[in-house]
Design a protein around this ligand. Structure first.
Ligand code: 5AD
Ligand code: SF4
Length: 467
């Protein structure tokens, strides 16, 4: 399946800005909005762009979802439960809309980009007023104007996913940390994964555009940037005018930003050049999220991951010999079709061997249209639950030991604000991406400060500000 990559022209973006102005001065436009976001950081950042566009159109954020004139759901479909949660949320609003018929209900994002979705929404969800996929997010002003003027439903899905738009407004959630998208889409087609179908082919933003965005963030006082992409290690491979990912990291680190993180790395593309850059560039946080998915070679092959357990372990070794203190995290799937007890135990043993700081664990969920969904050997749900519980228990033990071993260390914490559980304490993340709670004063919010670790909970550290 080949899909053309389409860079959205400046003229088209200008056209959207013109629609935005028309909405802004339209007497019947919604006054307030509320965005409900599901899924990953990529979606969280897309929601910041959606909010930016809505504010350009004059809307302001409502304090409560039920009070908003426009409620937009930015959805995820990575697993069945993500999809059910999104649909449940949308359907719940149907009742509110009965009392406030002027409320517009919108749905966008990955769930909508799936094949047959337009038809399903038209027929089965008549209370959805506005729907669009990931590939045409930049056209929100045009769609909203159409919905207001025609007082009719605007369902624009099932279009190309591989678009790349620059120059959209962004309303960022935090003034301390910021996301920058460096590439969109994925070419890997892991057999279980829906992402390549709903996010389209890999397309990298121009490095100059990324650097400009980073520079603007630095001047506005942002301390940490997270570079986002489904597979950041293949940044630039799709076009000639961009740098390698390692060189891009170097350039971003030269903007004056204090800390850089990035997500997600594919183990097959993790280069020595990147490891070297991480090891020698103090601005890059000493943390790597390196999803392994399984510890068994046959399952990895069936998953189309294109590396072996051995290759993965060698990459981990290379990372640790260059950076002995690096924190590693991962994603793991249990109960992939046909997974035997022995194959699952290979995942357990890999987790014991690598000793991740933490891991996201998932039960395999069949996604329509993917190769794995056609594979025989579905695992009994009780067996799947039992496996994930064993895996979680193993990881919890490891996390506990790693955190306990940090006692007395100095963590460099980017202070984000008051702790939710203990409002008289501050909270932030260490370089290794571990939450640290400590006594400090509000003047430290927004700064990276040294904190001496004095204790550990199940997945957080406690500490004292080092003076
Ligand atoms: N079932 C379960 N987990 C999945 N992931 C992706 N697709 C599926 C699926 N069909 C997990 C992978 C990936 C993370 C973002 O979600 O572990 O790394
Ligand atoms: Fe999905 Fe694999 Fe692409 Fe990650 S690399 S988004 S798991 S297809």
């Amino acid at each position: 399946m080949r899909e053309e990559i389409k860079r959205i022209s400046d003229e088209e973006i200008a056209r959207q800005h013109a629609f935005a102005r028309q909405v802004r001065f339209h007497p019947d436009r919604p006054q307030t909005y509320y965005i409900v976001t599901f899924g990953c950081q990529m979606n969280a950042h897309d929601s910041e762009v959606l909010a930016g566009m809505l504010e350009e159109m004059g809307l302001t954020q409502a304090a409560e979802k039920t009070q908003a004139d426009l409620v937009l759901h930015n959805t995820c479909c990575i697993r069945d439960n993500a999809e059910r949660k999104a649909l449940g949320n949308v359907t719940w609003l149907k009742e509110i809309k009965k009392e406030r018929p002027e409320m517009l209900i919108g749905v966008c994002g990955c769930m909508i980009q799936q094949a047959d979705m337009a038809e399903k929404i038209l027929k089965r969800y008549p209370f959805i007023d506005l729907a669009f996929g990931t590939g045409n997010l930049y056209r929100l002003p045009e769609y909203l104007l159409e919905a207001i003027e025609n007082r009719d439903r605007v369902i624009r899905v099932d279009q190309e996913a591989s678009t790349l738009a620059e120059g959209l407004p962004v309303r960022r959630e935090s003034s301390i940390k910021a996301y920058i998208n460096i590439m969109y889409g994925c070419n890997n087609f892991c057999s279980y994964c829906i992402v390549p179908y709903v996010r389209g082919r890999e397309r990298s933003r121009r490095s100059d555009d990324i650097i400009r965005e980073a520079e603007a963030l630095v001047s506005s006082g942002v301390k940490e940037i997270m570079l986002l992409g489904q597979n950041v290690n293949s940044y630039g491979l799709d076009s000639a005018d961009t740098l390698s990912f390692a060189k891009l990291l170097r350039r971003v680190s030269e903007t004056g930003i204090e800390r850089i993180r990035f997500m997600t790395s594919h183990p097959k593309d993790l280069s020595d050049e990147l490891i070297d850059e991480m090891a020698h560039n103090p601005v890059i946080a000493p943390h790597l999220h390196l999803p392994v998915q399984s510890g068994n070679d046959r399952i990895l092959h069936e998953m189309n991951r294109r590396y072996t357990r051995e290759h993965y372990l060698r990459r981990v070794q290379a990372l640790r010999s260059a950076m002995p203190r690096i924190g590693l995290t991962t994603d793991l799937i249990v109960a992939f079709p046909g997974e035997t007890e022995q194959e699952f135990s290979d995942t357990l043993s890999l987790v014991e061997e690598v000793r991740y700081d933490s891991a996201y664990t998932f039960i395999y969920s069949p996604r329509k249209g993917t190769r794995a969904a056609e594979m025989p050997g579905a695992i009994d749900p009780d067996v799947a639950s039992e496996r994930i519980e064993r895996l979680i228990a193993a990881q919890e033990r490891i996390t506990g030991k790693i955190l306990a071993g940090m006692n007395g260390e100095i963590a460099q914490v980017l202070v984000e604000g008051a702790s939710r559980r203990r409002p008289n304490q501050l909270t932030g993340k260490s370089g290794r991406n571990i939450n640290v709670n400590f006594n400090g004063d509000a003047a430290d919010i927004g700064k990276i400060i040294p904190v001496r670790v004095t204790g550990a909970g199940s997945n957080t550290l406690r500490g004292e500000k080092e003076v």
